[in-house]
Design a protein around this ligand. Structure first.
Ligand code: ATP
Ligand code: MG
Length: 305
C-alpha cells in the first residue's frame, strides 16, 4: 500500500491562494517546503493525483511527486508534494507566459476555464521559447526527448491516458531563475480518471450491455482545456489535443508512444492496488483500470480523430 503521510494544518505557514481547493504550505522535518492539498469534498482528487503521479513516473515524465496524506488536525484526506520552485526559483504560470506573448490574452482568475485563446498553437509558441526542466527532473526521460515542446507532448499524452480535463492555463508553468525560463514538471492531475463519479455509476457503466453507456463510449467524452482556434465553440477532446500537439513534436511523440506501449495493463493495475480501499474502492479500482485500458488503446491505435 502507498504510505499515508501525516500532516498538521496547525503547522501551516501560509495558504496557497491559487487553484480551487484548500491548500497550505509547511516545512517538513527535512526542511523541505511542502504543499498539502485537501480532498475536502471526498471526490477522489487524492487518489487521482497519486495514481497520475505514479503513471507519470512509469512514462519517465518530469512530474511533481505526490504522496497520499492526511491532515491530522482536521481529519481531511489529501496529498502532499514538495515545492518544484524553491528559492531562488519562482513559478510562472501558463497564463502569464501566454500574456507575455500576446498582450490580449485573458488572464483574469475568473477566466480559467473555457478560454478559447488557450489554443495548442499558442501554447506551443510559448513553450518553444523556454528551456527544458532543470537536469534533476530528467533522470527517467527517454533518449531523444530534447526540447520543452518534446516534454510537453508527453504531458498532453498522459492527459489523454488519464482523461485529465483540467490542463488549464494555471495548470502548467515555467520555472524562472533570473532571466531563464525552464518548463516546470507536470502537476495537478487530481481532476482526472472521472474521479468524481459515484461507485454506483461506475458499477452500472462496468456492467451495462448498452454500448452508449459503456466505458469505451464514456471515455470519449473527456474534453481538454485546449481549443483548436479562438473561434472554436467547444474545447478539443483529450485525444484531439494529443493528436494536434503531437504534430508539433512528431519524433518525440513516437518516443512517448513507445513508452506507453511498454507499460502493460497490469502495470497500471498494480498501482491502483497500492491505493488504500478507504480512498478508492474495489469498484473504483476496476472502473479506473478499464478507463486506463480504453484510453491507452485509443492513444496507441491512433485511428480516432
Ligand atoms: N509542487 C508545487 N510547487 C510549487 N507550486 C505549486 C506546486 N503545486 C502547486 N503549486 C501552486 O499552487 C497552485 C495550485 O495548485 P494545484 O494546481 O495543484 O491545485 P488545485 O487547487 O487543484 O488547482 P485547480 O483549481 O487548478 O484544480 C498552482 O497553480 C501553483 O501555483
Ligand atoms: Mg491547479
Amino acid at each position: 500500500m502507498f504510505p499515508v503521510r501525516e500532516v498538521y494544518s496547525s503547522e501551516a505557514e501560509s495558504l496557497e491562494q491559487l487553484g480551487t481547493k484548500p491548500k497550505f504550505w509547511f516545512t517538513d522535518e527535512n526542511g523541505q517546503r511542502m504543499l498539502f492539498k485537501a480532498d475536502q469534498r471526498g471526490t477522489g482528487e487524492d487518489w487521482a493525483e497519486k495514481i497520475a503521479c505514479e503513471l507519470c513516473g512509469l512514462l519517465g515524465l518530469p512530474h511533481v511527486y505526490y504522496e497520499l496524506a492526511i491532515d491530522r488536525d482536521k481529519g481531511n484526506p489529501g496529498v502532499v508534494c514538495p515545492t518544484c520552485s524553491p528559492p531562488p526559483m519562482s513559478l510562472v504560470l501558463g497564463n502569464q507566459l501566454l500574456l507575455a506573448h500576446d498582450a490580449q490574452y485573458p488572464t483574469a482568475a475568473r477566466c480559467r476555464y473555457k478560454v478559447q485563446e488557450h489554443t495548442i498553437k499558442a501554447v506551443v509558441d510559448v513553450i518553444k521559447a523556454i528551456q527544458p526542466p532543470p537536469p534533476e527532473w530528467l533522470n527517467e526521460m527517454p533518449n531523444g526527448i530534447v526540447s520543452a515542446v518534446d516534454i510537453f507532448a508527453g504531458y498532453i499524452m498522459v492527459d489523454a491516458w488519464i482523461g485529465n480535463q483540467d490542463r488549464h492555463h494555471e495548470n502548467w508553468a515555467a520555472l524562472r531563475v533570473g532571466n531563464t525560463l525552464q518548463l516546470a514538471p507536470t502537476f495537478d492531475h487530481g481532476a482526472a480518471m472521472a474521479r468524481q463519479i459515484t461507485d454506483q455509476e461506475r458499477q452500472q457503466r462496468l456492467a451495462t450491455r448498452d454500448p452508449g453507456y459503456g466505458i469505451p463510449r464514456f471515455v470519449r467524452s473527456a474534453r481538454s482545456a485546449f481549443y483548436r482556434d479562438p473561434e472554436a465553440k467547444k474545447s478539443m477532446t483529450t485525444i484531439e489535443a494529443w493528436r494536434a500537439f503531437s504534430l508539433y513534436a512528431p519524433d518525440a511523440s513516437m518516443i512517448w508512444l513507445g513508452r506507453l506501449r511498454m507499460i502493460d495493463d497490469d502495470g497500471a493495475r498494480k498501482i491502483l492496488e497500492e491505493v488504500p480501499l478507504n480512498r478508492l474502492s474495489g469498484i473504483g479500482r476496476d472502473f479506473t483500470h478499464r478507463l486506463l485500458i480504453e484510453n491507452r488503446k485509443r492513444i496507441l491505435n491512433g485511428d480516432e480523430k
